[in-house]
Design a protein around this ligand. Structure first.
Ligand SMILES: NC(=O)c1ccc[n+]([C@@H]2O[C@H](COP(=O)([O-])OP(=O)(O)OC[C@H]3O[C@@H](n4cnc5c(N)ncnc54)[C@H](O)[C@@H]3O)[C@@H](O)[C@H]2O)c1
Length: 259
């Protein structure tokens, strides 16, 4: 019950990291609004709520690119549960290509979901968190916030931006007792990473080998860190980036030697 009496919004909650986190937050006592652009996926998340969970999960359909959807999502949360303590801005998309290959539309979409979505959520959620006496705002960045990989130029650019947005929000809203941190996952087994893992020859083996811990991450590995950042245990942590990558980025030269 590390989130007893807390109210949380989790975006991208229809799948992968967002789903695992919504389920864990509810298990730990939070009332969770689980938001996703995919209506049936987020309803399925609510259906998976563990029997013993003390918190509720309310599914909500929202496109994080759209200001009106985000405003409504926050308003709905406060109307339903009376306050807002925790936000996990996690919805994200991946589009491949270097700057020559990547279409302008894909570039715009990457920034609209991965960066503008967090801006809009901050704009509408921070005032409510302030009214609730403070809280924890968590963003999903990436190992690609630290270093680039080939043929995902737009995605790398968005994740660099997410890390700087985290720091900027942390210094602006610290005085209101709102902590802002980001999580930087390495290879995590979700529908987003599935094409690389399963369609590239040797992809799965490679992703497991580059982490000193010796395996691909699971969504629950990230959810555990989100729980720590959401809970009062991290009350003096803000503006930080937490790598959840099995040690991959700690030793890039080691990873290169394995290729
Ligand atoms: N899986 C990895 O290896 C990995 C590594 C680093 C970072 N990440 C980041 O983790 C986050 C979660 O990714 P995941 O791996 O769980 O992927 P996923 O594809 O399983 O989940 C992403 C969810 O976001 C939702 N979504 C997409 N566009 C949306 C929009 N406009 N509005 C609302 N919801 C939208 C999707 O419907 C989906 O349910 C993303 O920000 C991603 O960039 C993932």
């Amino acid at each position: 019950m590390r989130l007893k009496d807390k109210v949380a919004i989790v975006t991208g909650a229809g799948s992968g990291i967002g789903r695992a986190t919504a389920l864990l937050f509810a298990t730990e006592g939070a009332n969770v609004v689980a938001a996703d652009i995919n209506n049936s996926a987020v309803s399925a998340t609510a259906d998976k709520r563990p029997a013993g969970a003390k918190g509720k999960i309310m599914p909500a359909t929202a496109d994080m690119r759209r200001a009106e959807d985000v405003r409504t999502l926050v308003a709905l949360t406060v109307r339903k549960f009376g306050r807002l303590d925790v936000v996990f801005s996690n919805a994200g998309i991946m589009r491949g290509g270097n700057v020559v290959d990547l279409s302008e539309r894909d570039w715009d979409d990457l920034f609209a979901v991965n960066v503008k979505g967090s801006f809009l959520l901050g704009k509408h959620a921070i005032p409510e968190m302030k009214r609730s006496g403070g809280g924890s705002f968590i963003l999903t960045a990436s190992a690609n916030s630290f270093f680039a990989e080939s043929d995902i130029a737009g995605y790398c650019a968005t994740k660099g931006a997410v890390m700087q947005l985290t720091r900027a929000m942390a210094i602006d809203h610290g005085p209101d007792r709102i902590r802002v941190n980001c999580i930087c996952p390495g290879w995590i087994e979700t529908p987003m990473s599935q094409p690389f893992l399963d369609e590239n020859p040797g992809g799965r083996e490679f992703a497991g080998k580059i982490a000193p811990i010796g395996r691909i991450g699971q969504p629950e590995d990230v959810a555990g860190v989100a729980l720590f950042l959401a809970s009062d245990e991290s009350r003096f942590v803000t503006g930080a980036a937490y790598n959840v990558d099995g040690g991959w980025t700690a030793g890039m030269t080691r990873a290169i030697a394995l290729i």
